[in-house]
Design a protein around this ligand. Structure first.
Ligand SMILES: C[S@@+](CC[C@H](N)C(=O)[O-])C[C@H]1O[C@@H](n2cnc3c(N)ncnc32)[C@H](O)[C@@H]1O
Length: 218
């Protein structure tokens, strides 16, 4: 178990025990003091399942894109390079400053914002939305509202691509990051989206991690 993941688990537990599931992210970024090795999810490369999504297919790469909880910005930069007009946000102001420092000439509009209190102007405003690895670091009780908030940003005919760890319905949730179940995504259908694609696979990590990459459309 990596030290950075242990540190994240401790910060998350302390925060959640105090009834606050939001503040540990800023604490983690701020106390990392610019060292990405302290941020367990910071691979400093675009998500490989986002890269392959676009390299496998001749998809439209124009219009407005939103990267949910963007971390250190690699996925947002990829989408901007592909041709999208990208907005990327994260709840941690330190994380957003870090993105701007990493990419001083970026075309991405980086914003510090809370998914649960997002700007009204984002309602049905984005043609492509990408979310990876965030639902699995939220308490189970917050996931339905997080999914509803994400869905509400999708424009008519828009595409929402999600990547997350996955488990069977009867598997124990285990430790953070907590894998999702297929039924957890039903909220998106209840919110008016339709499931277009569902890929349940093991990645190339050692040991391999079970993940889902799934596409929803409005
Ligand atoms: C596990 S990290 C994943 C980051 C990035 N998506 C990736 O795959 O590398 C979760 C991210 O969600 C952000 N986050 C957590 N809660 C959030 C919220 N309510 N609104 C916006 N961002 C949030 C955290 O600050 C953190 O950067």
């Amino acid at each position: 178990m990596s030290e950075s993941r242990n540190r994240a688990r401790t910060l998350a537990q302390e925060s959640i025990d105090q009834g606050d599931f939001r503040s540990w992210f800023e604490k983690l970024y701020a106390t990392s003091e610019g060292d990405a090795g302290q941020v367990p999810w910071a691979d400093l490369i675009p998500n490989p399942h986002l890269v392959s999504w676009f390299s496998d297919k001749a998809l439209d790469k124009t219009g407005r894109a939103l990267v949910i909880a963007c971390g250190l910005g690699d996925d947002a930069e990829l989408l901007a390079d592909l041709g999208f007009e990208v907005t990327a946000f994260d709840i941690s102001p330190t994380c957003i400053e870090w993105c701007k420092k990493r990419y001083p000439d970026s075309k991405v509009d980086y914003q510090a914002a809370d998914l649960f209190a997002k700007p009204a102007s984002w309602e049905q405003a984005f043609d492509f939305i990408f979310e990876a690895n965030t639902l699995q670091v939220l308490p189970e009780s917050e996931q339905p509202e997080a999914l509803r908030q994400i869905a509400s940003c999708l424009a008519p005919e828009g595409d929402l691509l999600l990547c997350a760890r996955l488990r069977d319905a009867d598997d124990h949730r285990g430790e953070l990051p907590w894998p999702l179940r297929e039924k957890d995504f039903q909220i998106l259908v209840d919110a008016g989206l339709r499931k277009e694609n569902w890929e349940d696979f093991f990645d190339n990590e050692d040991p391999p991690v079970r993940r889902v990459r799934t596409l929803y459309k409005r």
